[in-house]
Design a protein around this ligand. Structure first.
Ligand code: BDR
Ligand code: CA
Length: 311
């Protein structure tokens, strides 16, 4: 079967962990590498969590160690959402064999150089690693099929009134990526906030073997945070699964092309993705996703759980 080669750049994090389950278990994706970035929790933890997850599912994937902090600003983590360890309360082994440390930017470089077809990048954390890569190796841009990002929001933010967490965490990096000329798909809050897995369905996952138990524990701990929001969300929003689902099958989302800029200096708007709804700019640099078929994405997740269980 023809597989789509991808690199996942992530900061696990509960929803990153579910995105990794979806990707690693999917038979149409070839996960060439995973690169870790500082974001939800410090780099040391996001890297270790990526290693723990791959080890737990018996997947030998190259894992790169990326940027320890944003390009310009200091790191502001999302520990209140994802717990100080990023995967607190999830029972997978803490101590696992650690691979030889490889620099994330060099991992992306070598995967692209070795690939005989274009590779899709799926960043689901702050865009620091991707910005460093496109700045350092501009000659490899034409080896990137597209960059399918979880980040941004055409409407309201979740880190500030204006900005979504991943873009706010490193808006200078996001601007470099959005202005790179590489095809960009933005799975922002407009599509991801609505992709909630409802608590009354968590037990279905618990009944699905080792991988399902992992998924249900992640969902339960992630939902602990969402319950503090006073009923605005019926279940945890699994943001990071949406771009992975889009790469598996773009027809699960409704996409529209716009010009999008990233605000880097506003007092109240730092990190905002400014979507040109009025069509003032002829240069439509981003496909913005607005809706997704939740049941189909949940079906993809269940398929991945079954495949990972069989390993
Ligand atoms: C994004 O921020 C992080 O907390 C999540 O992992 C996701 O990537 C949602 O705004
Ligand atoms: Ca993330």
């Amino acid at each position: 079967m023809k597989k789509t080669p991808v690199i996942i750049d992530c900061d696990p994090g509960y929803d990153d962990a579910l995105a990794l389950v979806l990707a690693l278990g999917n038979e149409t994706l070839d996960v060439k590498a995973i690169t870790a970035v500082a974001g939800n929790v410090p780099l040391e933890r996001t890297y270790k969590n990526a290693v723990r997850i791959c080890h737990y599912f018996g997947k030998e994937v190259r894992i790169g160690l990326g940027a320890v902090k944003p390009l310009v600003r200091e790191l502001e983590t999302g520990e209140m959402v994802h717990s100080p360890s990023g995967l607190g309360g999830v029972t997978i082994p803490e101590e696992v064999p650690m691979p030889k440390k490889e620099n994330a930017i060099e991992v992306i470089k070598s995967v692209l150089e070795e690939a005989d077809e274009k590779v899709t990048l799926i960043p689901i954390g702050p865009l620091t690693n991707i910005a460093l890569f496109v700045s350092q190796y501009p000659e490899l841009r034409n080896k990137i099929q597209e960059i399918v990002i979880m980040g941004g929001a055409a409407r309201e933010g979740n880190r500030t009134a204006s900005a979504e967490f991943n873009i706010y965490a490193d808006a200078e990096a996001a601007r470099i990526v959005f202005e790179s000329g590489i095809p960009i798909v933005m799975a922002g809050l407009d599509v991801t906030n609505a992709f909630q897995i409802l608590p009354e369905t968590f037990s279905e996952y618990r009944a699905m073997g080792k991988t399902g138990v992992f998924v249900s524990e992640v969902l339960e701990r992630y939902f602990d945070f969402y319950q503090t929001l006073g009923g605005v969300f019926k279940g945890p929003a699994i943001h990071d699964m949406v771009p992975v689902a889009y790469v598996i099958d773009p027809t699960v989302c409704v996409a529209k092309e716009y010009h999008v800029d990233v605000e880097c200096c506003g007092e109240f708007t730092y990190g905002r993705t400014v979507v040109d709804f009025g069509g003032l700019s002829p240069d439509k640099n981003v496909k913005v996703l607005f809706e997704s078929d939740h049941q189909r994405i949940i079906g993809m997740l269940k398929d991945s759980i079954c495949h990972l269980n069989r390993r």
